[in-house]
Design a binder for this molecule. Structure first.
Ligand SMILES: NC(=O)c1ccc[n+]([C@@H]2O[C@H](COP(=O)([O-])OP(=O)(O)OC[C@H]3O[C@@H](n4cnc5c(N)ncnc54)[C@H](OP(=O)(O)O)[C@@H]3O)[C@@H](O)[C@H]2O)c1
Length: 249
């Protein structure tokens, strides 16, 4: 996919990787970036980066009315970046089940809701692409990460299923598997489980730039940092060994 001249929508664009995505797409010549957040007031500094090209948009993945309104407002989108996501650390057998439900509702069902709303938009605009930000967390059931690995594994399998359904409609579907990224989300995870601190982090800007490279190169599965690429190789070679490597975390 060629980014220059494209119209992009990024969910969760107010901070972290989403905010870095907005800068990366602007730098690569996107015509317009719809920056979506559940609190549009938080987008002020993002819009300030390029007020003539960044359009703020209200969108909460778990609120169908905002998703439908966003799909109507951003009717020119040719690249949908499903970046927004949430985390709730804990062990599945004793943590608050409501937190597990929230993670699944957001990362899996919420992302699917956005995709369902925007697939017709992309199709009307002549096809285009979708990038689903998953995680290397999808490759093993790491005990301290609560419902997050399952939510991302579900998103991975959903990504494969919709890839097949959307190909005939001219829409390419990319899966993005970052390793640890220096954002609020990873800070929170390390605060809850210090053992995660042993893994190398990549900056959000580097990850966003690598994803844009992967999209332009037409890579179906994008591993945007060195640690993610290493875990991806391990997962392909020996998923059981990866499960054992992560079982102490
Ligand atoms: N950081 C990592 O190590 C890492 C690694 C692999 C994958 N990822 C994935 O990368 C994506 C971005 O993560 P990040 O590290 O940038 O996290 P972050 O700093 O915590 O930012 C998460 C973003 O998602 C938004 N969001 C959460 N729930 C939402 C909802 N219901 N509707 C709309 N927006 C919602 C947040 O909005 P608010 O500001 O309103 O909360 C925020 O903009 C996520 O999908 C995450 O799972 C992160």
């Amino acid at each position: 996919m060629r980014i220059e001249g494209s119209t992009v929508l990024v969910t969760g664009a107010n901070r972290g990787i989403g905010r870095a995505f907005v800068s990366a797409f602007l730098a690569r010549g996107a015509r317009r970036v719809h920056a979506a957040a559940r609190n549009p007031a938080a987008l002020e500094p993002v819009v300030a980066e390029a007020p003539d090209r960044v359009v703020p948009l209200a969108l909460d993945l778990t609120d169908p009315a905002t998703v439908e309104a966003a799909a109507e407002a951003a009717s020119d989108v040719t690249l949908l970046v499903n970046n927004a996501g949430t985390h709730g650390m804990g062990h599945l057998l004793d943590m608050d089940l409501g937190v597990v439900e929230d993670v699944m509702r957001t990362n899996y069902l919420g992302t699917l809701r956005v995709l369902r709303a925007f697939a017709p938009v992309l199709e009307r605009n002549g096809g285009g692409a979708v990038a689903n930000v998953i995680s290397i967390g999808a490759f093993a059931g790491t005990p301290s990460l609560g419902g997050y690995p399952a939510s991302k594994a579900a998103l991975h399998l959903m990504t494969q299923a919709v890839r097949a359904d959307l190909a005939p409609r001219g829409i390419a579907v990319h899966a993005v598997f970052p390793g640890p990224v220096d954002t609020d989300m990873f800070d929170y995870a390390v605060r809850c489980e210090p053992a995660l601190g042993e893994f190398p982090r990549t900056s959000a800007a580097e990850v966003a730039a690598a994803v844009v490279d992967g999209l332009e190169a037409g890579e179906e599965d994008i591993f945007p940092d060195a640690f993610a690429a290493e875990i991806g190789r391990e997962w392909r070679a020996d998923p059981k060994a990866l499960e054992r490597r992560l079982m102490h975390i």
